[in-house]
Design a protein around this ligand. Structure first.
Ligand code: HPA
Length: 277
């Protein structure tokens, strides 16, 4: 099953036949919102609002571990994260779609791994992750390809099929937030090789890998990053761009669900092999 995590402005995925709504307690707390499982174009999709249904979780307090764990226990194998971002690379103008290829992170306070060695939460269950947690193992996952190549390719195919222009190979910088960046920080991120900037792309991508889930990310440029536009940034601008793109995003999600092959041909499902100390 495909799991979708919607960002700012994307709190519901209408137009699908709702099968169930679940709000499971996980060893890492509750997810940010009830998860809606439904059929989209005949395919089962689970949808979760990253910031909560009323946007009550700021980027640094999103329960990322609970969100991904809830998907994992539901049987989600592939995750599509949707993000609003600020554009740093001038080729990525407001309204543009991007498919992420790599990331750099500058976060400070968020738990970003399940595997905390002797401090790991002891959980029940027979999955590989559950066993490693019970054994108190230390795990270093490989991020040579942080985003699942197969799911990302399908995402690009979906965008193309729908006639939506997009940039591929996008490098995402994750800042801590909740404040926007300064112009000097944006100049620094540009020098570091970032194309776009956001506050929530990390640690979602890594937690998915730690649970051997595929993870691809679709970003929507909501605004030029700080200092590049000549005017001040507002949350209103971000939300209104996401609302403008909402219909298209929903169609992309439906197309991705339809196009994904039943079996995974990537190596995401074996991410823990060789990663355990
Ligand atoms: N910076 C960080 N996060 C964002 C931005 C931005 O400019 N726009 C949308 N999310």
């Amino acid at each position: 099953m495909l799991g979708v995590i919607g960002g700012s402005g994307l709190y519901r995925l209408e137009g699908f036949e709702l099968l169930e709504e679940i709000y499971p307690e996980t060893p890492f707390g509750y997810p940010s919102a009830p998860i809606r499982v439904g059929l989209l174009d005949g395919k089962k999709v689970a949808f979760l609002a990253r910031h909560g249904l009323k946007h009550e979780y700021p980027p640094h307090r999103v329960p990322y571990r609970a969100n991904l764990w809830a998907f994992y226990k539901l049987g989600v194998k592939r995750v599509l994260g949707v993000f609003a971002v600020g554009g740093i690379n001038p080729l990525l103008r407001p309204g543009e779609f991007g498919v992420l290829k790599d990331f750099i992170e500058f976060t400070k306070s968020r738990p970003s791994t399940y595997y905390e060695g002797k401090f790991s939460v002891k959980v029940e269950g027979e999955g590989r992750a559950e066993k490693l947690l019970r054994e108190g193992k230390v795990v270093h996952v490989d991020l040579t390809e942080p985003y699942c190549p197969e799911t990302s390719r399908v995402l690009e195919e979906a965008l193309s099929k729908l006639g939506l222009s997009y940039r591929s190979g996008v490098v995402y910088a994750c800042t801590e937030g909740p404040r926007f960046e300064t112009p000097a920080e944006i100049r620094f991120l540009k020098l570091a090789g970032a194309d776009v900037v956001g506050m929530t792309g990390y640690p979602e991508v890594v937690l998915a890998r730690e649970l051997e889930l595929c993870y691809a990310a679709l970003c929507v440029v909501a605004n030029p990053a700080a200092g590049l536009a000549g005017y001040r940034l507002t949350s209103d601008e971000v939300i209104s761009m996401m609302k403008e793109r909402e219909e298209q995003i929903k169609r992309v999600v439906g197309e991705v669900a339809r196009l994904l092959p039943a079996e995974r041909a990537c190596s995401c499902g074996r991410a823990l092999e060789g990663a355990v100390v």
